[in-house]
Design a protein around this ligand. Structure first.
Ligand code: ZN
Length: 310
């Protein structure tokens, strides 16, 4: 069935959120603290509605449960991926995610979380936290308990176009002035290590030091991803990452090209520009799923898209 599944985002107000989801991505939303747009999500904390077509108004989780053939009869109990745009006006808390095995036992059978970030835009001099500097678990415990964050955290400068893969057990935090797209396992299990002493609704947000000390890898081993760019006629294809949970690529289209959807399903996110995906007009911020058996999609217009599949 050659039907594009176009989704309506779920927006999340966050204490650290800003206004770039409106100003930069063009979403018609009010509020100056919108931190996240969950653009492809079947999570119970934000289940996207299908925007048009014969399934308009149904949720993505409903579609997954009732029309698994559109997803190549994938076996996963729940839709396996979650895609978000994130606008950080302030620093996000320092956090870590468990892997599947830990979450299964300690979080009621939930999934762990591997995630990755493509930096769409950031202010001059912005940075991000990926990894830490403790050599041993003992040292890590001391640094965290004594709040020696400058020594502990691995801060890295960032630029638009940078890409980071964040496996479970990696200490990480998005920092102020960053707009990115995140592709992740469909999970919301997060252990917060440090929140800059901020208050939310008159009290500090809960920390999860014990769980974090269980799951943080030590010493930190950097996950090197090799960005590979293939220059093709009419477009560039950039291979970003392939791991057991997802493969992510970016296409910078100059005029047009044919995207082959031969996976169980393929998520397509427009991150820059505007154009057409077959007969459907799309622009920056549009996110959709090409279902099983879709085959060739003609992508037209000067735009950048990020694709993800399992
Ligand atoms: Zn995270």
């Amino acid at each position: 069935m050659r039907e594009i599944i176009k989704l309506t985002p779920v927006f999340k107000e966050m204490i650290w959120g800003g206004n770039k989801l409106r100003e930069n991505l063009g979403y018609d939303i009010l509020g100056d603290n919108i931190g996240e747009a969950w653009v492809v999500s079947a999570h119970d904390q934000g289940d996207c509605l299908i925007a048009e077509g014969r399934f308009a108004g149904k949720t993505l989780s409903w579609l997954w449960d009732n029309h698994r053939e559109l997803f190549g009869n994938a076996k996963e109990k729940e839709f396996p991926l979650l895609v978000k745009f994130i606008d950080a006006r302030e620093d996000l808390s320092i956090q870590v995610h468990p892997d599947d095995a830990y979450a299964q036992v300690h979080e009621n059978g939930a999934r762990g979380k591997t995630e990755c970030w493509y930096i769409m835009d950031c202010e001059e001099g912005s940075d991000i936290i990926v990894g830490h500097r403790a050599e041993t678990r003992e040292e890590m415990k001391e640094m965290i308990e004594e709040g020696r964050w400058e020594e502990f955290l691995h801060v890295r400068p960032i630029h638009p176009g940078d890409f980071f893969q964040i496996p479970p057990g990696t200490v990480h935090a998005i920092r102020k002035g960053t707009l990115l797209i995140e592709i992740q396992q469909n999970s919301a299990i997060t252990y917060r290590i440090y929140d800059y002493g901020r208050m939310s609704g008159g009290k500090p947000r809960e920390l999860h030091i014990r769980q974090a000390l269980d799951v943080v890898g030590c010493p930190y081993k950097e996950e090197k991803t090799q960005k590979q760019v293939f220059r093709e006629e009419g477009y560039d294809r950039t291979f970003l990452v392939s791991c057991p949970f997802y493969t992510v690529e970016k296409y910078d289209v100059r005029e047009s090209f044919v995207l082959l959807q031969n996976q169980r399903f393929m998520i397509v996110n427009v991150i820059e520009g505007e154009g057409m995906v077959d007969e459907m007009p799309v622009k920056k911020g549009c996110c959709m799923i090409l279902p099983y058996g879709y085959g060739e999609a003609r992508i037209e217009g000067e735009m950048s898209i990020v694709t993800a599949y399992i």
